[in-house]
Each structure stands twice: as C-alpha cells, then as structure tokens.
Design a protein around this ligand. Structure first.
Ligand SMILES: [Fe+2]
Length: 294
C-alpha cells in the first residue's frame, strides 16, 4: 500500500429482530461463539473479543462497519483525506472506544448514511476461540473478519469514498445478470484478502447483501452446508466457485434475511503483480439460486 489505508474490516454491528434466533444460528450453523452482553449478542470466531455484535433493533441490517488502521498516524492521514472529500469525521468518546475495545476511534458515515468507524487497537481477548460445532477455524489473520457486500445506490460516489478516502484498492469488477439488466459489482481490497468490501446498485432495501466468513478447512464448508440443510436454513445459492476470488462457497439466509456466504480458499492479492480484470459471470460453476438463476 503506497498511501495510508485501512488495513482490515475489524468488526460489524448488526441490528436484528431476534437475538435468540441468531444465538442458535451462530452456534449451531455458523459454529461461532455467541456471548450475551446485556441487550446484545457478541459473536467471536478468532482471537478478537468479538467480530459481529448483534443488537435487538428490528432493522435486520448492518448498523456500523469498523475498519482497523495500523496506528494513529495512519488513522489521522485517512481522516484528513475523508475530510478533504467533505466527509464529517468525529472523534469518539473514551467510553465509546472502550465499548469497542479499542484505544482510538473515529466515527463517520458513508455517502449513503451508513455509520462507519475507524480504529486503532488490539482487540484480542484472553483464551482461544473454540467452535461450538467443532469448526477448525476461520481465516482472519491479517485479513480481517471476512468481507461484506453492500448496496450503494450511486456506485461512483461509493468508489470515491472507499478508494480515495478509506484507501482501498481495486480488485476487479463483475458484470452480473441478463443483458440489458446488468449490475456492475465493484470489489476492493485493503490486505491480501481478495476483497474486503464490494458494492453495487442492488435494487434492495437493505444496505447489507451478505457477509462472507472464510473457513480454514473445505470440509467445514461441506459440513456447514449439510448442517444448514438439515436444520431447514434456506440455501440462497448452492455450492459453487466464484470467478474472481476463486472462493468455493455457498450462501445461506441468516435470521435477519441478509445472506451469510460460507467459503473456503479465496485467492490472496499481491499488489506488486495484481492486475484488475473485468468478469462477466459471478461463478465458474454452481451458486445456483439468487446469484445464478437456473
Ligand atoms: Fe461474497
């Protein structure tokens, strides 16, 4: 990275209708730890204290995305670029930073009003992650919690904000859908993970399309698919492999309606050699359902 940029997606806060439904889904299907914290449910799946925080608001959508900066100087450089774009950035209180378990925290909104945070701090917690379903582990080291795909009504405004403001780099683009109704999806990275943030002008009311969790073992994806199917969790897209990040994955419907992509084996980007490409299909095979109507 030649300029200061966020280096990972560290946490998400999600507003949900039912913490109880999410508690079961998180433990039994996703295989992550679910810990009650007052009127919230914290999901842990690596060394960090939590990666997803669910609060019972009834929105069933994303409430906030928290991005990690390497240090205070990087954070301030990113803030200066955002402010130069006209983005209002405010420093969070010490109490707010402590609640996120970080040492430094700023708050802002993306171009369409979604709260975002940038932080500095080590959020690791004592003890090792232990999956309640025996999952070997999730790929997060140096790559953040996974990736998110957002609805962005005006993708060009989102591109300027994410590329020139937050410091993301272009991974590639996919044109999806039938001729005449094509949707351009933009994929961006800020560490070796192929994409941490992707967005498109998806005709949907939710800002959050899906969250991807990457498993360390392909068999855990297969067992997750079996477990989800047995439990009656709707499978939004069957097992398949993506064209651009080469992830082998399936998509399942979370209790909040947005999807969780459960995957294995995404490519890692080396900026010294990476060349963005344009694809015209989301998948090499599979992913039958919402992504590839049969
Ligand atoms: Fe994805």
């Amino acid at each position: 990275m030649s300029k200061a940029a966020v280096r990972a997606l560290g946490y998400l806060e999600l507003g949900v209708s039912s913490l109880a439904n999410w508690e079961d889904f998180a433990r039994d299907i996703l295989g992550v730890q679910a810990n009650r914290d007052g009127n919230a449910l914290n999901l842990r799946y690596d060394a960090d204290c939590w990666r997803l925080r669910l609060v019972q608001t009834g929105e069933d959508d994303i409430r906030c995305a928290g991005f990690e900066a390497a240090d205070s100087a990087h954070l301030q450089a990113i803030v200066a670029r955002l402010q130069a774009q006209g983005v209002a950035v405010s420093a969070a209180s010490a109490e707010a930073a402590a609640a996120r378990r970080v040492s430094e925290l700023v708050c802002l909104n993306d171009p369409f009003g979604l709260p975002m945070e940038i932080y500095v701090g080590n959020r690791s917690a004592p003890g090792a992650f232990e999956s309640p379903r025996g999952v070997a582990g999730f790929v997060t080291a140096g790559q953040g919690l996974g990736h998110i795909v957002l609805t962005a009504p005006e993708p060009d405004r989102m591109k300027r904000f994410a590329l020139e403001g937050l410091g993301f780099l272009l991974s590639d683009n996919i044109f999806m859908g039938p001729p005449g109704h094509q949707l351009e999806v933009t994929f961006l990275h800020c560490n070796p993970r192929h994409h941490t943030l992707a967005f498109a002008a998806i005709p949907a009311s939710k800002r959050l399309n899906h969250i991807m969790l990457q498993l360390q073992d392909l068999d855990d994806v297969g067992r997750g698919l079996d477990t989800a199917a047995r439990a009656g969790v709707p499978i939004s897209s069957s097992l398949g492999r993506h064209t651009n990040d080469r992830m082998t994955s399936f998509y399942m419907r979370s209790p909040s309606g947005f999807d969780i992509e459960y995957g294995f084996g995404g490519v890692e980007i080396d900026d010294a050699t990476w060349q963005p490409e344009v694809y015209h299909a989301p998948s090499i095979w599979g992913h039958r359902g919402a992504l590839n109507p049969a």
